[in-house]
Ligand binder design. Sequence first.
Ligand code: NAD
Ligand code: MG
Length: 492
Amino acid sequence: MTQPMRNPEIRCKHLFINNEWVNSASGKTFPIINPATGKKIADVQEGDKTDVDRAVTAARKAVEPGSVWRNMDASDRGRLLNRFADLIERDRLYLASLETFDSGRPFNDTYNTDLSMVIKCFRYYAGWTDKISGRTIPMDGEYLCYTRPEPVGVCGQILHWNFPLLMMTLKLAPALTCGNAVIIKPAEQTPLTALYTASLVKEAGFPAGVVNVIPGYGPTAGAGLSEHCDIDKIAFTGSSKVGQIISQAAARTNLKKTTLELSGRTPNVVFPDADMDRAVETCRNGLFLNMGQYSCTASRTYVHEDIYDTFVRKLVEKAKTWTVGDPFDSRTMCGPQVDQEQFDKVMSLIDSGIQSGAKVECGGRRQGSTGFYIQPTVFSGVTEDMRVGRDEIYGPVIQVIKFRTMDDVIERTNRASRGLAAGISTKSLDNVMTYSSHVRAGTIWVNSLNVFGAQTPIGGYRTSSNGKELGEYGLEEYSELKTVIIRTPTSM
Ligand code: NAD
Ligand code: MG
């Protein structure tokens, strides 16, 4: 078993602009906290609007006609992306350890799951660089018409903290594949892996200005991106509330394009014919993954009334084996919540569940006295008029709700305005077909939850998303399509 670096050196704490490490214009720094201890591990330079301006100037230069990046053969862009993936692979242990140190996500998961997905994504997209093509269209009259995908230009990317490096990858890989320049603003809670990866951008040989990283806060550095009139596109992952602010800023300034990956509240429905043990395990793993800090997390578990009591009993047994502890320990499945704010929010939702009469079957308390640990919690007797039956908890808390019929459960799952994903456990093909065609969600998992691949698109319906990430569809978000119409010589 691979042993983590328990106290990884923090090598990159500055802004990365134009392939150089620089101080923020204001000279300000902000603290990075280890969520397992609540203690500071580094001070990082804090970027704001002035720094965003500097990065935009560099990025614009990198994509202007005649630039090295713009003139590079598509196959060479692919070679750079593969070299970048090689460097991430070389530094996998350091990156996984740094991610665990910064975010509290268990090392088993950062090393085995996140880093392998990150490397696969860069390689997957590296293969696309010279396969993005337009079409020749049979147009009426004496004309030749063809289309040609082109880069969008300068793309701002505002990231979330739950899977920091992976979140960056979902945006950075397709943007570079299509030939854009990017300015990344990592989440203020977890900027360390994005900063270190910037050093690999330079080592891989990307031209200056193609990738820039500005750590800082949302209302300053983040708003600096979304309000900038020389940024062509913003990609964002986070809350629907901030998504609306960004969307408004984009519309108010230069109508820049936006892709938004926002809040979810995934329903997971268990029918009486399901393989019970498998459904219980899928439910537990699907919710407790990453301490419940996950937009696709199955935060509403609907269980048929005929199997409700047995399901809850088995789920509680399984929940108790979800080991809480030091995220660097190989036995740990549940680390701390990312910060004090998330910890307080989850604890207050647990309290509201208790106040409103839901039954705590297990957990429900803080674990230990240092760090932001919460016990894996199962609530039974939850109804949708309770806050815990309505709000996205974003913590290790499962709410089990009863349902009776297919029509009833479809109507109730569609009542929420979100539509990121949905899950169903059943052996019946009829159930699968009926549920998956009527539920308004971007991904449907059958007898599974939270399964992703570099090749398969994700992105929700309704208020959960605007656009897709991953797979071939993810490329469309980073290209403009140009139509060329040529009058043909009359002799043809
Ligand atoms: P948040 O929305 O507050 O912050 C996310 C990012 O936005 C951070 O980088 C932050 O600095 C930045 N930001 C904050 N205010 C900003 C502003 N005014 N202008 C520009 N940028 C700003 O994060 P949160 O509330 O902790 O996120 C939790 C939510 O994110 C959950 O609802 C979850 O479902 C959602 N989420 C969705 C996905 C997805 O793929 N759909 C993935 C992860 C999280
Ligand atoms: Mg941190």
